[in-house]
Design a protein around this ligand. Sequence first.
Ligand SMILES: [Zn+2]
Length: 449
Amino acid sequence: MKVFAAAMLAILFATTTMAQPAGPRGSRQVMPDHYILIHAGTLLAIPGKPPNSQMTIVVKNDRIDRIVTGFITMDEVGAPAGADFEVIDLSDRFVLPGLMDSHVHLAHQPSRGRRRVQRGDWDTPTPAQLAINAIIYARRNLAAGFTTVRDVGSNDQSVFAARNAINAGRMIGPRILVSGSALAVTGGHGDSISIKDTGHPGARLADGTCDGPIECRKAVRYQFKLGADLIKFTSTGGFGSNTALEPQLFKDEIQAIVATAHLLGMKATTHAYSAVAIKDAIRAGVDSIEHGFLLDDEAIRMMKKNGVWLVPTISASYPPPIFNLPDPPSVKLRNKHRAFERAYAAGVKIAFGTDAGTFKHGTNAKEFELMVGFGMSEMDAIHTATVSTASLFGIDADTGTLEAGKLADLIAINGDPLNDISALRDIDFVMKSGAVAKRNGQMTEPFTY
Ligand SMILES: [Zn+2]
């Protein structure tokens, strides 16, 4: 795929530079290489390995050209004369790879308005409102240091549109992997179609509602047709619905969803609480489990044996402060089962994920504090949001660590997150694919378009 894209680019490049005369619109100017030298006071290039002091990251266009010891100058880079360059001084900052969140919902976040919706006082948000939300919340994730996020369920096509605008360079934002609508069975967690539309095939497809293996295959294919990067399905109810925490899908439905996703080259992830549902999904070959709050020992063993990822979303068990619930039952349930602690102790692969959108976007990093609070080391917590997420997303050749040849996705903070993980709450600098998105705590690109 990449080779094909590169070949196409090479053809386009050859065509535009050789065949077209120079002109104001008809030609594409060949852009000179752009270099950025980042002087990093402390550099955690590869989470899991110790950081280094006083390093220079040489960024060439969108990728890391090399990383060298000491603060070097442009003369020492050996770039062609006249090359465009900039030096960014982060010599008193801690620099690390861009963070990634495996579980966000970019079209939503709770608000007083949302509360009114839940009370039935308001109509549900229109697609137009959701698309605006997706743009704003995507930027908020990037500003919080998340250079890649995985949207696992937005009930319309707003997030596809936001992803496409970002990929086309029309707007700065995080790299987004999109599932489209999460697939759910009729009446299950995530079935949001009104009773009057329940039998309407268009409404069912758009909502990701399916019953039986044939419908569920079609539901996967439909999200793929819309442009899904992965498939999310909901095996059980959850804190966000009153459909109970036990299994809602038959095994043949789970198998149909996972097998069709894999056939089309997509990963499949499931929202699952009960251990029975988790095990059914593992047997069907699922790639990751979202939440997993009721994992039992057998499920933990199966996850480890099959290399299935846990996306813990501890934050999801803490209701947003606007709901003002004393002693939330979801926290009690989480603390009783301690799935995260037990999976971590057993060596299950853990990928950082928060469920941002069920709480305020941009506060994703509080998950790090919860993970460390429940016994994970600071280094391991950072690893879950960089190396591990890159692997789960299947983009580890390009992201997850800062190494020559990879995309220049990096962030800088004040303080040392290996000593105090809460330093990740406050992101000073963000670069995504070599473009500076945030500098001195301010986003570089205001909304002017
Ligand atoms: Zn979620």
